[in-house]
Design a binder for this molecule. Structure first.
Ligand SMILES: [Zn+2]
Length: 406
């Protein structure tokens, strides 16, 4: 028996048992109501796990859940009825990368806090250890939902390392008793399985696996499926897999009545200095015929102080170029070369100043049950892309650089 295990048992001797409650008393006891945080997947006492391979969008999904629960908004069709206090604890990601993902979701809800290892000189608590757990609980301000991203960096879970699940599980169960939801993010191994022991599923109410679709292509970017492997409390449609993709399709079609480059627009972020918001690029055979455009991409400037109305308007503007629209002089027009006013659909609603509205559908299109027709559509897009690559010799490259503003 190692010293770690011995300490746990010694601690146990001093912890009193919960009180024995007769069934008659339990039946009439005044128990706290379960509160829905993000309907239907998270309630006030849900212990959830989200796992998947690196680079597939785990942090984006975890952030989306945190953002929607905090904003009283929806994400991937899951809905929060009001804003909740949410703490997002990240032990691994650079703060600038986290901010970049957060920007894609919209404005920051005031009830969403971060504890980020990358910021400041102090280390994050080790959640695989009792002292780290109490250090966190003293400082975290009673969130209704805590997101732990991820097990390896926050609780020292390593392949072949000592099993620290027992102590972490005790911490998670305590949170559930306190009526707090916890979402744990974990890396899958190369086979797509959870790393380490399967025993951890016992205590969890919800296990979500992120998987790459069979017909995924690198240009699809963040496109993934979410499968529900354990669904205590979920029923029917809610347990069906979800296919999700970070996409510009919805916004492009809504604004321009067309899907620029067939929806295949690569989005990226870069440091571009002052005086420019974004840059769009595309290839074309006939510059006047947007149906001949291909290789569409938009790069956004990390050095700009973005808010949602501005980002949303600039996305529309860049998609406008990719749909064949040139600049116009009217500053109220979304194709004005300078960002002056947000476009109508990007303006913040006046009645909800403190609460971020549901903006996820603009950035994230989701559909339940990836249907076969959808798969066929994806395949035909793939074919189209290859065909256009073969013709690309006679093409002109066009770049719309947006001097000053966009
Ligand atoms: Zn422009």
């Amino acid at each position: 028996m190692n010293s770690h295990r011995r300490r746990l048992i010694l601690q146990d001797r001093h912890v009193p048992l919960p009180r024995i409650v007769p069934a008659t008393e339990l039946m009439v006891a005044d128990l706290p109501e379960r509160v829905s945080l993000l309907d239907p997947i998270l309630s006030s006492n849900t212990l959830a796990l989200l796992y998947g391979p690196r680079g597939l969008g785990k942090t984006f999904v975890a952030l989306g859940i945190a953002w929607a629960a905090a904003a009283g908004a929806s994400f991937l069709g899951w809905q929060a009825s009001r804003p909740h206090r949410v703490l997002y604890i990240d032990g691994e990601m650079a703060a600038v990368d986290l901010r970049e993902r957060l920007r894609l979701l919209g404005s920051a809800p005031p009830t969403l806090d971060f504890l980020i290892a990358d910021l400041g000189l102090h280390s994050l608590p080790d959640l695989g250890h009792y002292t780290g757990q109490s250090r966190l609980q003293q400082a975290w301000g009673e969130p209704e939902l805590a997101v732990l991203d991820n097990l390896s960096s926050l609780a020292g879970f390593k392949l072949g390392g000592p099993d620290r699940w027992t102590e972490l599980q005790r911490f998670l169960m305590l949170q559930r008793r306190c009526g707090r939801a916890v979402l744990v993010v974990h890396h899958a191994n190369k086979e797509g399985e959870q790393r380490g022991t399967n025993r951890r599923e016992d205590v969890l109410d919800l296990v979500m696996a992120l998987r790459q679709p069979a017909d995924w292509h690198p240009s699809d970017g963040a496109r993934f499926e979410i499968h529900f492997e354990k669904t205590r409390g979920l029923r029917g449609d809610a347990t069906q897999p979800i296919e999700a993709r970070l996409t510009t399709d919805a916004l492009g079609v809504a604004r321009w009545g067309t899907d620029p480059c067939g929806g295949q627009v690569t989005m990226s972020w870069d440091h571009m200095g002052d005086g420019i918001n974004a840059r769009s690029q595309w290839m074309s055979i006939d510059t006047n015929d947007p149906t001949t455009f291909s290789d569409c991409s938009i790069t956004y400037n990390l050095d700009v102080d973005w808010d949602w109305p501005k980002l949303c308007t600039v996305v529309e503007h860049e998609l406008g170029h990719l749909a064949g629209h040139d600049h116009v002089d009217d500053p109220h027009d979304v194709m004005s070369p300078y960002y002056v006013y947000p476009s109508a659909e990007c303006s913040p609603p006046r009645s909800q100043a403190a609460v971020a509205p549901d903006r996820a559908p603009h950035a994230v299109a989701s559909s339940k049950h990836a249907s076969s027709s959808k798969k066929k559509k994806a395949k035909s897009k793939t074919r189209k892309r290859r065909a256009s690559a073969a013709r690309s010799k006679g093409k002109k490259r066009r770049v719309a650089k947006h001097g000053k503003q966009r």
